[in-house]
Design a binder for this molecule. Structure first.
Ligand SMILES: *[C@@H]1O[C@H](CO)[C@@H](O)[C@H](O)[C@H]1NC(C)=O
Ligand SMILES: *[C@@H]1O[C@H](CO)[C@@H](O)[C@H](O)[C@H]1NC(C)=O
Ligand SMILES: *[C@@H]1O[C@H](CO)[C@@H](O)[C@H](O)[C@H]1NC(C)=O
Ligand SMILES: *[C@@H]1O[C@H](CO)[C@@H](O)[C@H](O)[C@H]1NC(C)=O
Ligand SMILES: *[C@@H]1O[C@H](CO)[C@@H](O)[C@H](O)[C@H]1NC(C)=O
Ligand SMILES: *[C@@H]1O[C@H](CO)[C@@H](O)[C@H](O)[C@H]1NC(C)=O
Length: 359
């Protein structure tokens, strides 16, 4: 029998050097809420040269001075909106906002957003999404998106060729497309529509909003939507740890079986934006599905009275990492730890064991 001291030392060495078993839980690593909500994002500060929208994504200073991105003092919620007070002459674009996180978040992350209101109205195209800097390499994940007066949120992925949605375990039966390649159907993506009309537009606001949860895991990508009344307590209580296996069946699911997550996805920048018309909201056939008139001429041009509902009201955005890791890939602000505590513990363990064997 080994003496107790040696047994203890062996146990310490083993627990320190063997990586922890695959975690089922996630721990909060970053939060955007209240007065510091806007602290770690970049404002695009250019007209929409990404999706051909009739929109100018303003700088942070213009967003603040013209009240397009601010914290509502009565609720402490972040407001991100389209300019609805300026008169836009023909041939000019309307001011709005696009922000992206300074940090990127790698596979092994969950991000949640708690919103009270999402932008909607004719010509309005909002999204809460993410992409890798070298898109389409590294992929794109759309958690929340809609155009004009549609009533349901749509979700999806956009990737290089070879990623498909197969064997999904999801509650939505509204599957628009399953090939995620940006080369298929003019970059349609692999899209699933949320069957709940509380997931977008006036229906979302009337229900008091809700939460979208996105899991970016090696085993696949999943999205849950909870209308205000159905938000599980682990989320409403702002718990610092969550276990996605307790959240029930996701509304959208893209398993690794059809899409190797490590191959098709790189660390993601989280993005919130609202554009006007452009590639998705603007085409005459899509526009006519839910709105009368012409997208640019009848809505963007003029006094902006159409845009009173074109705003996000956000209580919080939280990012979680698989417990024992830190999936923050520090961006321009270099605000994050570049290594995980468990990695540090492992190295200390290795050094301790080498020292023991030498001694
Ligand atoms: C959009 O405009 C900015 C500023 O001029 C430029 O840096 C960027 O490369 C442009 N992007 C595209 C896709 O054209
Ligand atoms: C992180 O995102 C920034 C853009 O915000 C990009 O310039 C950088 O290359 C990204 N880094 C990694 C490792 O993905
Ligand atoms: C996706 O499918 C749903 C259900 O069939 C349909 O209502 C919706 O219009 C489709 N969305 C798009 C963008 O084609
Ligand atoms: C949630 O908790 C984190 C710390 O765990 C805190 O920084 C954040 O402000 C909280 N968010 C809200 C909306 O209370
Ligand atoms: C704004 O323009 C709309 C449409 O042209 C018009 O119906 C509305 O009366 C205008 N509002 C104001 C305050 O001028
Ligand atoms: C602009 O939109 C806000 C909501 O974001 C609304 O309260 C306000 O009445 C609107 N202003 C005009 C002039 O329509």
């Amino acid at each position: 029998m080994l003496c107790p001291q040696v047994t203890l030392l062996l146990a310490v060495c083993l627990t320190a050097t063997i990586p922890p078993v695959a975690a089922t839980g996630y721990t909060m690593v970053k939060t955007f809420a209240g007065s510091t909500f806007f602290n770690d994002w970049q404002f695009y500060n250019n007209y929409d040269n990404l999706t051909n929208g009739d929109a100018i994504f303003v700088s942070s200073s213009v967003a603040a001075s013209s009240h397009l991105a601010y914290i509502d003092p009565s609720t402490n919620h972040a407001i991100i909106k389209v300019d609805n007070t300026s008169t836009v002459p023909y041939n000019q674009k309307r001011n709005t906002v696009r922000i992206s996180t300074n940090d990127n978040f790698s596979v092994g992350s969950v991000w949640t957003v708690d919103m009270l209101h999402v932008p909607y109205g004719c010509s309005v195209w909002p999204a809460w999404w993410s992409q890798a800097p070298a898109w389409p390499t590294g992929g794109e994940i759309d958690t929340f998106e809609g155009v004009n007066m549609v009533t349901n949120n749509q979700m999806g992925l956009h990737t290089l060729a070879g990623c498909k949605q197969v064997s999904q375990v999801q509650s939505s039966t509204l599957i628009n497309s399953t090939d995620c390649s940006y080369l298929t159907n003019s970059n349609e993506g692999c899209i699933t529509t949320n069957p709940s009309t509380a997931s977008y537009g006036a229906g979302f606001a009337q229900a008091g909003g809700g939460m979208f949860v996105k899991e970016f895991a090696e085993t696949g990508i999943s999205i849950w939507f909870f209308s205000r009344a159905n938000i599980p307590s682990v989320l409403s209580s702002n718990s610092s740890t969550i276990d996605t296996s307790t959240l029930g069946t996701p509304v959208g699911n893209w398993p690794a079986a059809g899409c190797n997550i490590d191959t098709f996805f790189a660390p993601q920048n989280l993005i919130l934006d609202i554009t006007l018309c452009g590639d998705f909201a603007g085409p005459a056939n899509i526009f006519a599905e839910t709105c009368p008139g012409t997208c640019y001429n009848d809505y963007v041009v003029g006094n902006g009275s159409n845009y009173a509902t074109a705003y996000f009201e956000i209580a919080s955005v939280n990012v979680f990492s698989e417990t024992g890791t830190n999936t923050i890939v520090a961006g321009n602000s270099a605000s994050a730890l570049g290594f995980s505590l468990s990695t540090l513990a492992s190295w200390l363990g290795v050094i301790g064991c080498i020292w023991l064997f030498l001694a």
